[in-house]
Design a protein around this ligand. Structure first.
Ligand code: CTP
Ligand code: MG
Length: 223
C-alpha cells in the first residue's frame, strides 16, 4: 500500500446530543470509529492508519482498535483542523498519498477509499468525493427573507475521504490559518486544483440523531 489514512475522531458530537464523544457512540453495538476503521483497513491500498482521538480517550481507543486493524492513535485538538494536523505529523516515511476521513462517516465503503486514492495516484494533487445537491438552495438574509435562488447545477455536497499527494497536504497544513471544516479548503487556498470524483450515499456523515437512525438501518440491511 502507498496510502496513509488520517481519521479525525476527536470531536464531541454536540449535534448528536448528550453522550460519549461521537466516534465512540454505538452503531449496531460497536463504536462509529470501529466501523470506520474496519472499512478503511479493508481497502487494499491502505498502508497506515492514524486516528486522532479525544485526548481523554487515547488509551481506550488504542485498546478498542487493536483487534480491528494496526493503527497509530494520537490526541486530537480543539478543532478538526488541529486533529488532522496532529495525525499528519506522525505519518511514517513511505506513503506518498494521504487521505483524510471522518470517523463520523462510519459506513463509507472501502471502494470509495480506493477510488479517491486511485485518482491521486493517477495524477491529481487533491481529490474529493462529491454528490449532487438535491434540494433547491436559497440564499437568505438575517431577517429570514429570501435574497435569491442559487444555481444548484454548479453545487456539490462534499464528503470524505479527501485524498492528497502527501507534500501538497503537508504544505497546506503548514500554511493554514483560521480553522476550516475540510482539508481541500486548505489546499484550495494554496492555489492547487481540487478534482471531484463521485461520492457515495453510504459515506453520509453521522451528524444528527436522524443520521444515526439512518445508519442503523443501513447497517442492519448489510452495509
Ligand atoms: N473532529 C476532530 N477533532 C475536532 C472536531 C471534529 O477530530 N476537534 C472530527 C470528528 O470526530 C468527526 C469529524 O471531525 O469524525 C467531522 O466533524 P463533525 O461531524 O463536526 O464531528 P463533531 O465535531 O464531533 O460533531 P459536532 O460538530 O456536532 O460537535
Ligand atoms: Mg464539529
Amino acid at each position: 500500500g502507498d496510502v496513509a489514512v488520517l481519521v479525525p475522531a476527536a470531536g464531541a458530537g454536540v449535534r448528536l446530543g448528550p453522550g460519549a464523544p461521537k466516534a465512540l457512540r454505538l452503531l449496531g453495538g460497536e463504536p462509529l470509529l470501529v466501523h470506520a476503521v474496519r472499512r478503511i483497513a479493508a481497502a487494499p491500498s491502505v498502508h497506515t492508519i492514524v486516528v486522532a482521538a479525544p485526548a481523554a480517550e487515547v488509551d481506550a481507543v488504542r485498546e478498542l482498535l487493536a483487534p480491528v486493524a494496526p493503527v497509530v492513535v494520537v490526541p486530537g485538538g480543539a478543532e478538526r483542523q488541529a486533529s488532522v494536523a496532529a495525525a499528519l505529523a506522525v505519518v511514517p516515511p513511505g506513503p506518498q498519498i494521504v487521505l483524510v476521513h471522518d470517523a463520523a462517516r462510519a459506513l463509507t465503503p472501502p471502494e470509495l477509499v480506493e477510488s479517491v486514492a486511485a485518482a491521486v495516484r493517477a495524477g491529481d494533487d487533491a481529490v474529493i468525493p462529491v454528490l449532487p445537491v438535491v434540494d433547491t438552495v436559497k440564499e437568505v438574509g438575517a431577517d429570514e427573507v429570501v435574497l435569491g435562488t442559487v444555481d444548484r447545477s454548479a453545487l456539490r455536497a462534499v464528503q470524505t475521504p479527501q485524498g492528497f499527494r502527501r507534500a501538497v497536504l503537508t504544505a497546506a497544513h503548514a500554511a493554514a490559518g483560521d480553522p476550516l471544516t475540510d482539508d481541500a479548503g486548505l489546499v484550495e487556498k494554496q492555489g492547487v486544483p481540487v478534482r471531484c470524483v463521485p461520492g457515495s450515499e453510504y459515506a453520509l456523515k453521522v451528524t444528527r440523531p436522524f443520521d444515526l437512525a439512518l445508519a442503523e438501518h443501513l447497517l442492519a440491511t448489510g452495509h
